[in-house]
Design a binder for this molecule. Structure first.
Ligand SMILES: NC(=O)c1ccc[n+]([C@@H]2O[C@H](COP(=O)([O-])OP(=O)(O)OC[C@H]3O[C@@H](n4cnc5c(N)ncnc54)[C@H](OP(=O)(O)O)[C@@H]3O)[C@@H](O)[C@H]2O)c1
Length: 264
């Protein structure tokens, strides 16, 4: 499985997104994804599906050490005692002794970042998470997080797809040695309707969704598409056997709009 490596941490280049997957369907999709070759699962306490993600993981028969499991702490739990409790609760729902990556889901305006980052580092040192990182951090707050952390922050997970120009935050994250993980990598499904992506895909025998994912992979981004359909699991995974030309990459690059909120 291809991976993106930064700070000695290899993150499998494609993971399964699980937002809005619930109940038996969630467990089944996670299990099927692992049987198909996915080795990276993205969940969060906020998704209320960690129990089912754990079920799918355990039912798949894939060895624990071969899967990169990511979860996230919600800002309501960013005070130090609550963060530690939230991490333990996530592990108990997932039925795991540690996750591979624990992320702060969004910056908080309420709890001082220094306290939260300190707690996140302690959770890592206690062995509950092999690696730690952030999500939806931009600009100054990203710099601050890195400065405050005594442990490496290996990743920033942000929204990226062909219709959104996130070059500023990608550059800032990489300047700190972080891997950038692209969430909503097929623009919540809307990439499938794009005429440019569809035309380019046709030339490669691929779908517009696959072109959207491949466009991100070729920029050394990790992608975590979500689907509730088994056939689309295979479709989204079949992105390692073709290559977009420099001209195709440039044309897709013209589709992007700046983020709605300027990073600060
Ligand atoms: N850190 C954060 O704040 C944050 C925020 C948002 C998301 N995420 C993570 O990123 C993951 C992915 O993002 P996302 O769920 O927002 O959006 P996404 O993966 O870009 O798109 C998911 C949507 O696309 C459809 N889809 C999937 N594969 C397709 C294909 N091959 N062709 C056409 N349609 C397809 C799915 O429908 P079907 O189910 O019908 O296939 C679903 O409606 C999430 O699940 C979550 O794990 C993180």
């Amino acid at each position: 499985m291809p991976a993106v490596t930064a700070q000695n941490t290899a993150i499998p280049a494609i993971g399964l997104g699980t937002w809005e997957l619930r109940g038996r369907l969630c467990a089944r999709i996670v299990e099927q994804s692992l049987r198909l070759g996915y080795r990276h699962i993205d969940t969060a306490e906020m998704y209320e599906n960690e129990r089912e993600v754990g079920e799918g993981l355990h039912a798949s028969g894939v060895r624990r050490e071969d899967v990169f499991v990511v979860t996230k702490v919600w800002p309501a739990h960013f005070s130090p005692p609550e963060l530690e409790r939230a991490a333990k609760d996530s592990l108990s729902r997932l039925r795991l002794s540690e996750v591979d990556l624990l992320l702060l889901h969004w910056p908080s305006t309420r709890i001082p970042l220094s306290e939260t980052i300190g707690a996140l580092c302690r959770v890592k040192r206690a062995g509950l998470a092999r690696h730690i990182g952030v999500s939806n951090f931009t600009g100054v707050i990203l710099d601050e997080a890195v400065k405050l952390s005594s442990e490496p922050l290996v990743c920033n997970q942000i929204e990226i797809h062909p219709f959104l120009d996130q070059s500023v935050t990608i550059k800032a994250s990489r300047a700190h040695g972080m891997t950038v993980v692209a969430y909503s990598p097929i623009a919540k499904g809307t990439a499938r309707n794009d005429a440019v992506l569809a035309r380019i895909g046709k030339a490669h025998g691929k779908t517009a969704a696959q072109v959207s994912l491949r466009f991100l992979l070729q920029q050394d981004l990790v992608v975590i598409p979500r689907t509730s359909k088994v056939e689309r699991l295979a479709e989204n995974f079949a992105i390692f056997d073709f290559e977009l030309s420099a001209q195709e990459m440039a044309e897709i690059g013209t589709l992007a709009q700046p983020p709605a909120v300027t990073p600060s």
